[in-house]
Design a protein around this ligand. Structure first.
Ligand code: NAD
Ligand code: AHE
Ligand code: ZN
Length: 376
């Protein structure tokens, strides 16, 4: 069966730094090994704002942003076997082909199959499925969930339990999974009986705090320059909160080393600020402290520290999508949410209609928003 072009609404970012504009767009049918999805809900992640603002070196425009979505399969192209029309699905910005060198290594969740074209804003055949006013639009992160219909590669989608509310489990498409995996997938024994400091208490940082708590961390210190985040951090399981802006001349890393008898076992950067990344590394305990970078830094920004910090046994690492293999692991995370073992509802502070998506971006800047879910 040859599919038809679908006309629907999408939020288009025409140029870096511009607000999104709701436009009527045309969405081509899925090609071979592609899936067309009706997106019902999408979260807004700080990474969408990062690319919209022009700070992403991979940013291309005009583009349909969005990567934290939930929807229903509308149609599938030739050769698709992992999902079928009607399935409830979560698009995956980290694909899982199970065939490439990365997937077969057993060492990483990064997949090589579609990443190159994904980074160029294109489908795997190097073309786009989106058109607006006769002009081609770029895809984003292989997902483009800010459209009522999107097309994704079959390796970039997973079906989940249909009884799960998509307005909640869409957040497993990025933020909550990222945070969960960054902690839960550390090599054993992980954070059990260990001290942890979390820099940045947005959805990512709060998810790290929550997962550190459920995985038996003995002490969790939250760090944020926004004083309103103290109650949030404590609600999710931090015992202590430090505002680095209130330490006078003292550097945050020196303060943390002082109050922890030499530094933390584990630290996490959930800000994307390279100075914070340095502080998080240097707040680690000599000999064994491990610092994970989760935040995404603007184009041109680089990290630095004295190599002596690493020579003396601290480890600097980073993690994308929590190290999670989406097709294999997301269905289980959805079931854990349904069983009450993973929080999602608690992160949703704002809900917006599609027409108000720009307000959703403004909500993020206001500082009292953890996650905004947009009803498409
Ligand atoms: P957010 O903006 O909601 O949260 C960031 C928090 O950091 C805010 O509470 C802010 O007050 C705090 N902060 C800012 N500057 C600080 C400083 N100097 N010291 C301490 N705290 C500071 O963002 P989010 O959605 O939680 O995302 C956090 C970061 O993670 C972003 O950079 C995002 O792009 C990135 N991210 C990465 C992945 C991945 O796979 N690696 C996945 C999702 C998000
Ligand atoms: N395009 C940026 C890199 C952005 C980045 O690091 N993205 C994370 C996910 S952030 C989700 O909110 C990621 O998955 N990275 C691994 C990958 O393959 O992109 C740049 O600097 O070019
Ligand atoms: Zn994200």
């Amino acid at each position: 069966t040859t599919g038809q072009v679908i006309t629907c609404k999408a939020a288009v970012c025409w140029a870096a730094g511009e607000e999104l504009k709701i436009e009527e767009i045309e969405v081509a049918p899925p090609g071979a090994h592609e899936v067309r999805v009706k997106i019902l809900y999408t979260g807004i992640c700080h990474t969408d704002e990062y690319t919209r603002s022009g700070k992403d070196p991979e940013g291309v425009f005009p583009v349909v942003l969005g990567h934290e979505g939930g929807g229903i399969v509308e149609s599938v192209g030739e050769g698709v076997t992992n999902v079928k029309p009607g399935d409830h699905v979560i698009p995956l910005y980290t694909a899982e082909c199970r065939e490439c060198k990365f997937c077969k290594s057993g060492k990483t969740n990064l997949c090589g199959k579609v990443r190159a074209t994904q980074g160029q804003g294109l489908m795997p055949d190097s073309t786009s499925r989106f058109k607006c006013k006769g002009q081609s639009l770029f895809h984003f992160m292989g997902t483009s969930t800010f459209s009522q219909y999107t097309v994704v590669a079959d390796v970039s989608i997973v079906a989940v339990n249909e009884t799960a509310p998509l307005q909640r489990v869409c957040l497993l498409g990025c933020g909550i999974t990222t945070a969960w995996g960054a902690v839960a997938k550390l090599p054993a024994p992980g954070v059990k009986d260990s001290t942890v400091a979390v820099f940045g208490c947005g959805a990512i940082g709060l998810g790290v705090i929550e997962t550190a708590r459920t995985h038996g961390a003995s002490r969790i210190i939250a760090v944020d320059t926004n004083p309103n985040k103290e109650s949030w951090a404590k609600k999710f399981g931090a015992q202590e909160f430090v505002n680095p802006a209130q330490l006078g001349d003292k550097r945050i890393q020196d303060y943390l080393i002082e109050i922890t008898d030499g530094g933390l076992d584990f630290t996490f950067d959930c800000t994307g600020n390279v100075n914070v990344m340095r502080a998080a590394l240097e707040a680690c305990h000599k000999g064994w402290g491990v610092s994970s970078i989760i935040g995404v830094a603007p184009a041109g920004h680089e990290i630095s520290t004295r190599p002596f910090q690493l020579v003396t046994g601290r480890v600097w690492r980073g993690v994308a999508f929590g190290g999670v293999k989406g097709r294999t692991e997301i269905p289980g995370l959805v079931d854990e949410y349904l069983a009450g073992k993973i929080k999602i509802d608690e992160y949703v502070t704002h809900s917006r209609k599609f027409e108000e998506i720009n307000e959703g971006f403004h909500d993020m800047h206001a500082g009292d928003c953890i996650r905004c879910v947009v009803d498409m």
